[in-house]
Design a protein around this ligand. Sequence first.
Ligand code: CP
Length: 344
Amino acid sequence: MTPRHFLSTQDYSRAEIDALLAQAAEFKRSPQGQQMAGKSIALVFFNASMRTRTSFELGAFQLGGHAVVLSPGKDAWPIEFDLGTVMDGDTEEHIAEVARVLSRYVDLIGVRAFPKFVDWSVDRQDKVLAGFAKYATVPIINLETITHPCQELAHALALKEHLGDLSHKKYVLTWTYHPKPLNTAVANSALLIATKMGMDVTLLCPTPDYVLDERYMEFARQNAEENGGSLQVSHDIESAYRGAHVVYAKSWGAIPYFGRWDEEKAIRDANRHFIVDEAKMALTDNGLFSHCLPLRRNIKATDAVMDSPACIAIDEAENRLHVQKAVMASLIATASGARSGLGF
Ligand code: CP
């Protein structure tokens, strides 16, 4: 039987997301448990991590379980490897064997693989994560690929802690400058979770070329319709910030320029004024600011914003620990045939 994975929050109903957040809040109040006693998780990081790795390792420990960290290029796939070929057998080891072997050892597998080899114009599939989900016989957790669902839960929990009911709160996801284009995972995810929570979401970006991938825009439109919120795109900084309850910042590349970053650079450089600063935050309704971290200070957001009481990025980062414990505990319970206690 195919296990239930945690690949995307789109695979989970609003009620299931709310149940995970409630369980996470309970773990925040009472951190120790035995939900993973005798169980283990393998964490496969194709890309570096500080927060995700630390919070998953500690989370498993606090639930009585054990985490094994694998770094392709060093542990799995010990030779020179290309993320683009681990699915087609053109490397020393195919993902099919890695997923199946790990499934014999551990109870959960987490995978981080930024899609830097994906050509967005012809092939937008999240192949590495999909490969693990195809071949593994234990649940797979997305540790950040084309989306970052664990970050979504941590973000939502932090917003609920500060704002209570999120329905119709004005949420601005703003593009910010960065010297190099970054992947869109967290930006896609911000749209998904904010619309799932019924917020009135504005995607603020310099030009139409920076609107996010249509797949995620469409998911967000569906979420808004199902959960009573809204989604709009704006290129006007002042009107987007005015009255906002939440400003979330992220850098990403313009999709039509994917792989042609030298051409995109002029547009990016011309939009450094998208930085989140005190003047823009003063337009909000005592708005909160957050970011998934890491963040380049005074490039994406000023010191003044980062060090202000409005900034809840550290709360969000802390919540990674609590929400991931809820995800691991529910997947372990579901896979072992027990009800998770979360209604699924
Ligand atoms: N936000 C986040 O996932 O951080 P890391 O890259 O440090 O894991």
